[in-house]
Write a protein that binds this ligand. Structure first.
Ligand SMILES: *Cc1c(COP(=O)(O)O)cnc(C)c1O
Length: 387
C-alpha cells in the first residue's frame, strides 16, 4: 500500500544527510565536549560548528546567542520561566495568547501557581491576536510577551514585527516560539524586534530531543537547569553531541533549501485544498488562507468526527492528525480552534494535513482519490448529516 505521511507538523523524517553526519558522534567520537583532551576536543569543535550553523539559519549576530536545549518544549520553558525569574524584581506579569503550544501555555500556568499573573490574549476567527488587545494588556509589571511565530495546528502567522515593535517601545522582552516557522517561513532574527526564539530539530528533519533557543545578547534570563558550566552557564548538562550535530546539519540544509521548498510546498498544499473543496461538499478551511505556513491545511468536514476520518485514512496508508497531536487520543476539541470561535462539533470534525519534503503531487492525488469516498461513507452513517 502507498504510504503518505501528512503529519509533518507533529514530526518529520530525519534526513539521510543528518543521520550520516551524526553517526560518527554516536560511535567513535565519544568524548565529552567539555573535556580538553584528544577525545573531547573533536566533540567540542563539532558542537561549536553546529552552533554556528544554527546561528546562521536564525540570522543571529553571534553563535553565543544560541543555547542548545532538549527541544522546543525546553526552549519555551526556559524563555518564559527564565525571564520571569530574572525580572521578578521588576514585575510579575506576562502576556501570551490562547493558541500557543502547550509548552508555552503550561509553562505560563506553572508560573501562575507561583503567583505570577498571565494574560492569554484571545484571537479572531483566523487565529490572529489583536494588536490593540496587546497594547491594553500591558501594565507596568509586564516583563515578557510570548507569542508564537506560526501556529502548529492551523498555520496562521502572527504579526511578529508589529508585536515586537510594541514590546520594544514599552521596554518588554519578546519571545516567539518559531518551532513551526523555521524552514517554512522567511525567518531571521536579524532586523526583527525579538529577544528570544525557540526552535526544534525534529520539525526540520533533524533528530528528536534536541533544539535551541536564541537569546539576544544582553537579555536577562535565569537558568532553569542547574549543574555544570555548560552552554555559557545558561543550561547545564553534558551536551547531546550526536543530537547537536544533527541539529546543525538540519539547520544548514534548511537554510539552503527553504526558499525553494516553501514555494513547492505551497503549490502542493493549494492543489490539495482546491481538490478537496471541489470534490467534497460542506468543508471549510480553518485559519487564514494567505498569512499561513505553506505546508499546513486545517480543514473542517461538517457532520463528522475527525477521529473517524483519521482512522479511516490511516487504514489507507495516509497519516494526518486531528486538532493537535498532543490532544489527539482525547475527544476534547482543540484549544486553538475553540479560541478561534469554531464550535465544538465543527472543531471535532477538523483534520490537519501538514506536508513535508518527502511529499509529491502524486501523494496529493492519492489523498484526493481516497478521501472523498471515506467522507461520503462516514456522512451516510452520521445521524447529523442531511443531504
Ligand atoms: C512541536 C512544537 C513544540 C515542541 O517542540 P519539541 O521539540 O517537540 O519539544 C513547541 N512549539 C510548537 C509550535 C511546536 O510545533
Amino acid at each position: 500500500m502507498r504510504k503518505v505521511y501528512l503529519d509533518n507538523n507533529a514530526t518529520t523524517r530525519m534526513r539521510e544527510e543528518v543521520f550520516d553526519a551524526m553517526l560518527p558522534f554516536c560511535k567513535d567520537v565519544y568524548g565529552n565536549a567539555s573535556s580538553i583532551h584528544q577525545f573531547g576536543r573533536p566533540a567540542r569543535v563539532a558542537v561549536d560548528k553546529a552552533r554556528q550553523l544554527v546561528a546562521g539559519l536564525l540570522g543571529a549576530s553571534s553563535p553565543e546567542e544560541i543555547i542548545f536545549t532538549s527541544g522546543g518544549t525546553e526552549s519555551d520553558n526556559f524563555a518564559i520561566k527564565g525571564v520571569a525569574h530574572a525580572l521578578a524584581g521588576k514585575g510579575n506579569h506576562i502576556i501570551t495568547s490562547a493558541i500557543e503550544h502547550s509548552a508555552v501555555l503550561n509553562a505560563s500556568r506553572a508560573l501562575e501557581k507561583d503567583g505570577y499573573k498571565v494574560t492569554y490574549l484571545p484571537v479572531d476567527g483566523y487565529g490572529f491576536i489583536n494588536l490593540d488587545d496587546l497594547k491594553s494588556a500591558i501594565t507596568d509589571k509586564t516583563v515578557l510577551i510570548s507569542i508564537m511565530y506560526a501556529n502548529n495546528e492551523v498555520g496562521t502567522i502572527e504579526p511578529i514585527r508589529e508585536i515586537g515593535a510594541i514590546a520594544k517601545e514599552r521596554g518588554i522582552y519578546f519571545h516567539t516560539d518559531a518551532v513551526q516557522a523555521v524552514g517554512k517561513a522567511v525567518f531571521a532574527v536579524k532586523g526583527l524586534p525579538v529577544d528570544l526564539v525557540s526552535m526544534s530539530a525534529h520539525k526540520i528533519y533533524g533528530p528528536k530531543g534536541v533544539g535551541a533557543i536564541y537569546i539576544k545578547k544582553g537579555t536577562r534570563i535565569d537558568a532553569i537547569m542547574h549543574g555544570g558550566h555548560h552552554e555559557m552557564n545558561k543550561r547545564a548538562g553534558t551536551e547531546n553531541v550526536p543530537g547537536l550535530i544533527g541539529l546543525g546539519k538540519a539547520a544548514e540544509l534548511s537554510g539552503k533549501e527553504a526558499p525553494e521548498e516553501i514555494v513547492r510546498l505551497r503549490k502542493m498544499r493549494d492543489y490539495l485544498c482546491k481538490g478537496i473543496a471541489s470534490k467534497i461538499a460542506h468543508t471549510r478551511i480553518n485559519g487564514d488562507p494567505d498569512r499561513t505556513l505553506p505546508n499546513t491545511a486545517n480543514i473542517g468536514f461538517k457532520y463528522l468526527e475527525g477521529e473517524s476520518i483519521m482512522l479511516n485514512l490511516d487504514m489507507e496508508g495516509i497519516a494526518v492528525s486531528t486538532g493537535s497531536a498532543c490532544t489527539s487520543g482525547t475527544l476534547e476539541p482543540s484549544h486553538v480552534l475553540t479560541a478561534m470561535g469554531i464550535d465544538a462539533a465543527d472543531a471535532q470534525g477538523s483534520i490537519r494535513f501538514s506536508l513535508g519534503r518527502d511529499n509529491t503531487k502524486e501523494d496529493m492525488d492519492y489523498v484526493l482519490e481516497i478521501l472523498p469516498p471515506i467522507i461520503q461513507r462516514l456522512r451516510d452513517m452520521s445521524p447529523l448529516y442531511e443531504k
